[in-house]
Design a protein around this ligand. Sequence first.
Ligand code: GLN
Length: 221
Amino acid sequence: MRHCLARPYIFNLFDIINGQFKINASDAAMKIGVLALQGAFIEHVNMLRQLGAEAVEVRLPEELDALDGLIIPGGESTTIGKLAVEYRLISPLRRFARAKPTWGTCAGMIFLAKDIGNQEQPILGAMDIAVDRNAFGRQIDSFETDLDIAGLTAEPFHAVFIRAPVVTAVADGVDVLARLDDGRIVAVRQAHLLATAFHPELTDDLRLHSHFCAIVRETLA
Ligand code: GLN
């Protein structure tokens, strides 16, 4: 894939000492789904498996039942929304995101948001954020940059943005985890919900997936 060229992340001693990559019994017991209707879902599955979690592709409502957490991948949010309606997944996904850790990347962030302006497309409306779908326009539709992300140790995170959205407003209870240099918000957390405007699954950096596994682990404790 053209956008896989991001600099690989090398585990360093700091992360190892901090236990960022420790695979323990609770990671192994953890079952995380990746919504597999469209987009970059395989890459998320592979990263979760590298961390020792059980990762499964989700296409049917009943496949949500046994999950401890869910990732909604990047792709095209209008297509993901349309297919979710066709597969009768909208209500089950809304129920899931109310109760259990759910992480949306890029199109997944749009799909999770409560407010996407006047775009007519099915969304879950689970997270108290407003999102601008076409924030970077056509001229700069893709770029890569290093981000400082709250809660991640050591070096900045190399983030790949592809026709990415940004968060334009957050309600009380939503923590901003990362901003671009110009101040625009590109990563947020609200309790058990996580959203990132970029594609961590297109790099070798496992830290955000590890962070999501930690959120899932918190809810299982
Ligand atoms: N712009 C796309 C959308 O509206 C998202 C792009 C992506 O997920 N890389 O869904």
